[in-house]
Write a protein that binds this ligand. Structure first.
Ligand code: GYE
Length: 325
């Protein structure tokens, strides 16, 4: 009896001193005093963009005092589903993830909802009809990125009447950026029949994939004028294939890509790429703001769109020294 009473008393003291601590640190009266725990399921480490995105999320969590449980899915949806289930089991406060593909998330998202754990989509969208399964979606407008790539092409060939043969390296099959970047691009170039996509395949957003598929494209087609790669890494892999075939990238084959990571910007400044549509991976700070709000039960906008620009070769030269990633 006595022992139990002492234990209760001690527990009471611990709780009192913990909350006093919180108060001393100037916690300005949120719902709770403890650290927020965020479970984050990342796609993988397939590209320079992804590495920069991971660093941004890890740094921002640290700066915001958020306890981050980070899991790398190695580009496999089943690993992401496992990670989310484990976050639910650990009772994290918030779950955020970048869905590798758009489809097949309803069941696991419903499990999170039933356990009252809010979910934030980061970078890529899902195609779930029930939008109550997540609180918000932060990331780029991929359709717009595809359109910008198409607009550059239209401008580049505005004085030509000849057919323009395009090879396309698509991102991961079924992923939001692959679907949307294709759609936006096709919409814009589709207005002029001289533009023709003569080859289109996935390179899974990796350098190795870009190289391999471009080698096959070059064997099958002797008349490629332009390469549209859904990200820099595939474009960089394709460079090796193009040079390996004795052709000059940027001249014999013009190259337009998406992302604007440092290696891509270097290729652009060197005249090997012709144009890059920027897609910013620096989502960490904004994500942590959303995590705090969602955890506090505040309402957040349904969609937070990243602002981004485009780069010509000259602009890449100017921007390179300051480029963070
Ligand atoms: O463009 C690519 C990465 O989802 C926006 O994923 C991201 C894309 C990015 O692998 O490089």
């Amino acid at each position: 009896m006595l022992r139990r009473a002492t234990a209760v008393l001690l527990a009471g003291l611990v709780v009192a001193s913990l909350s006093a601590c919180g108060g001393d640190e100037g916690d300005s009266g949120g719902a709770k005093d403890e650290k927020i725990t965020l479970g984050f399921s990342q796609v993988g480490a397939e590209s320079g963009w992804r590495t920069a995105n991971t660093t941004s999320i890890q740094d921002a969590a640290k700066a915001a005092g958020i306890d981050l449980k980070f899991s790398d899915a190695q580009q496999k949806q089943e690993n992401q589903i496992k990670a989310i289930r484990s976050f639910i089991q650990q009772r994290v406060d918030v779950i955020a993830f970048s869905p590798v593909v758009e489809s097949g998330w309803d069941t696991v998202l419903k499990e999170a909802k039933d356990n009252n754990i809010p979910v934030i989509l980061t970078d890529r969208a899902v195609d779930s009809k029930d939008t109550s399964l997540y609180k918000t979606f932060i990331g780029s407008d991929f359709v717009l990125e595809g359109k910008k790539a198409g607009e550059w092409l239209v401008e580049e060939y505005k004085d030509s009447t000849d057919q323009v043969n395009i090879a396309e390296l698509q991102g991961t099959t079924g992923s939001a950026p692959a679907i949307d970047r294709k759609q936006g691009f096709t919409e814009v170039i589709g207005a002029d029949p001289k533009f023709k996509i003569i080859a289109s395949q996935t390179g899974d957003f990796t350098r190795a994939g870009g190289k391999e598929v471009m080698e096959a494209f070059l064997k099958a087609h002797k008349d490629i004028d332009v390469l549209y790669a859904h990200n820099d890494d595939m474009g960089l892999g394709a460079l090796e294939a193009i040079e390996g075939a004795g052709l000059t990238p940027g001249k014999d084959i013009k190259i337009v890509t998406v992302d604007a990571v440092r290696d891509g910007m270097k290729a652009l400044a060197d005249g090997k790429f012709n144009y890059i549509v920027e897609c910013s991976p620096l989502l960490g700070p904004q994500l942590m703001e959303l995590v705090k709000k969602v955890d506090a039960g505040e309402t957040v906008p349904e969609r937070v769109v990243t602002e981004e620009t485009t780069f010509t070769q000259e602009q890449a030269k100017a921007a390179l020294p300051e480029r963070q990633y």
